[in-house]
Design a binder for this molecule. Structure first.
Ligand SMILES: [Zn+2]
Length: 118
């Protein structure tokens, strides 16, 4: 059956049937297939591995900095002269993973140091 031969009405019905068919197929798509399809469409379902940003040294004394963990993450100078922006793991809407919080705290510290350098 060629689609060209169908009336508009039949064509719409045919399209709906195909869409339903695709939807049905989508439900049984394996994760690998879904990933391949998403990649083809330009999505990236799998987070690419990103190393933790390396901490810049304290802009005041030049000491190493370290990450403080907890409900609030932040980076601080080992000698105690400076504390970076605080990243809260929890707010009313969501909670962040520890890795995500650490990354944010590290990025915020580095950004602060970079701004100070300019
Ligand atoms: Zn310092």
């Amino acid at each position: 059956m060629k689609l060209e031969e169908l009336s508009t009405e039949r064509l719409i019905k045919e399209k709906r049937r195909i869409d339903a068919e695709l939807l049905k197929r989508g439900e049984v798509m394996t994760f690998e297939e879904l990933k391949a399809e998403a990649n083809r469409q330009g999505y990236n379902l799998v987070k690419k591995y990103q190393p933790m940003p390396k901490l810049k040294r304290c802009p005041i004394c030049g000491s190493l900095a370290y990450v403080r963990y907890g409900d609030i993450f932040y980076v601080a100078c080992k000698k105690g002269c400076l504390i970076g922006p605080k990243v809260s793991r929890y707010n009313k809407v969501q909670s962040k993973s520890k890795l995500e919080s650490e990354r944010e705290a590290r990025e915020a510290w580095n950004e602060m140091v970079e701004k100070g350098e300019k």
